[in-house]
Design a protein around this ligand. Structure first.
Ligand code: HEC
Ligand code: HEC
Length: 335
């Protein structure tokens, strides 16, 4: 099940037009010093709610199903070789992703794409970099069984769960039957719906706490909207609700233009490396390239710094702790 990503329905074409119009506007100077500061900040925060909305603190997932899903998320016995789990690539103790450029398949080869964070995935309208996966349930089926991910088989997954009293009992109590494919997927999806990162400084500012972000972070946000980034990266996930071509003006070096789902920029400051191939190691470089290839603009280092500062305010908290970058790839997270 996916959750409606935004109150406003944006079409990709409309967004592209908006992006192009946005790119033609001159860059807004920082509003610092104009008018009574408190009043103008509050007015801006109200207006901002149209473009980016706060991450909800709950999607109402059932706590027992969440608890079961959490255990499955870290259970290596579900995988083909018994040596990996969802958390091997989606380290929910740090960023929900992995610091590796691309994680390894069960065959030991590089995956075709970088691992996106599992946090807030339930807020996106489609899943996967190309957005080709319609629902969280489809995604869980793929992750459990395809050899790139866990490579498990349903007969083995169900046998492991049914033979383990610590899982079998809770499954029967929660679902009123022994674990089956639908219940396993539902438990994992329930857990994923609890993987939300509310309470970022930016969301506190959206809710009216004018002190939650600094002047320079706020002017980074003004720039982000003014030059057209927000035409694609918007809604609760600051992305995740549109398909767009990557490389509208020029292509990213060594990459062909292709249509992808606009990724979420929630927690982007802690999810390096960037882009679907993990080919860009730093956030300033990712921002420089985005402005060039999507908006046809060359930003100054100061402008990049200001947008990067704004993006840093989008880091939220999970279970009361702010997300952090994942450990270096040579020390993969242990389940
Ligand atoms: C070997 C690393 C690896 C493992 C193990 C893995 N994933 Fe992923 N996950 C990825 C990659 C890579 C993608 C992006 C795939 C693509 O777009 O082609 C992804 C995508 C996702 C997404 C979509 C995120 C988004 O924003 O679109 C979710 C949700 C997810 N995985 C959950 C899971 C769950 C649940 C498990 C365990 C059942 C799991 N993953 C196991 C690497 C992994
Ligand atoms: C026309 C739509 C569009 C516009 C405008 C746009 N982006 Fe993007 N953005 C995308 C798409 C699509 C991707 C995925 C690119 C890829 O992975 O190859 C992306 C990726 C990113 C990433 C990397 C995210 C990650 O997790 O790897 C960042 C950071 C980013 N954009 C920031 C910005 C900024 C800052 C601006 C304004 C300067 C901007 N974008 C403008 C569509 C857009």
């Amino acid at each position: 099940m996916t959750v409606a990503p935004s109150r406003r329905a944006y079409s990709p074409v409309a967004a592209l037009v908006a992006a192009l119009i946005g790119s033609a506007l001159s860059i807004l100077p920082s509003a610092a010093g104009e008018g009574p500061p408190g009043a103008s900040k509050a007015a801006e925060a109200v207006e901002a709610q149209d473009v980016i909305t706060p991450v909800p603190s709950s999607l109402g997932a059932d706590p027992e199903r969440v608890a079961l899903g959490r255990r499955l998320f870290t259970d290596t016995r579900l995988s083909r070789g018994g040596d990996r789990a969802c958390i091997t690539c989606h380290d929910i103790h740090s960023s929900g992703a992995s610091a590796a450029t691309r994680n390894l398949t069960t065959d030991g080869t590089s995956m075709p794409r970088n691992t996106p964070t599992a946090f807030n995935a339930a807020l996106s309208f489609r899943l996967g970099w190309a957005g080709e996966i319609p629902t969280l349930a489809d995604q869980a089926e793929i992750a459990l069984t395809r050899p790139e991910f866990l490579g498990g088989s349903w007969s083995r997954i169900l046998a492991v769960i049914q033979a383990d009293p610590a899982l079998d009992g809770p499954f029967r109590a929660t679902y009123g039957r022994e674990a089956d494919r639908a219940a396993v997927i539902d438990a994992i999806n329930s857990f994923e719906r609890s993987l939300l990162t509310p309470d970022s400084r930016f969301d506190r500012w959206l809710r009216g706490d004018v002190q939650a972000i600094t002047e320079s972070e706020r002017s980074g946000y003004t720039l982000f909207k003014g030059i057209g980034c927000a035409a694609c990266h918007q809604g609760a996930n600051v992305g995740g609700n549109l398909f767009e071509k990557v490389g509208i003006f020029v292509t990213i070096p060594d990459k062909a233009a292709e249509v992808l789902r606009v990724p979420s920029l929630r927690n982007v400051a802690v999810t390096a490396p960037y882009f679907d191939d993990g080919g860009v190691p730093t956030l300033p470089e990712a921002v420089r390239l985005m402005a060039r290839v999507q908006l046809g603009r060359e930003l100054t280092d100061a402008q990049i710094g200001s947008i990067v500062a704004f993006l840093g305010t989008l880091t939220g908290s999970y279970e009361g702790r702010p997300l952090t970058p994942s450990p270096a790839p040579d020390t993969p997270p242990q389940p």
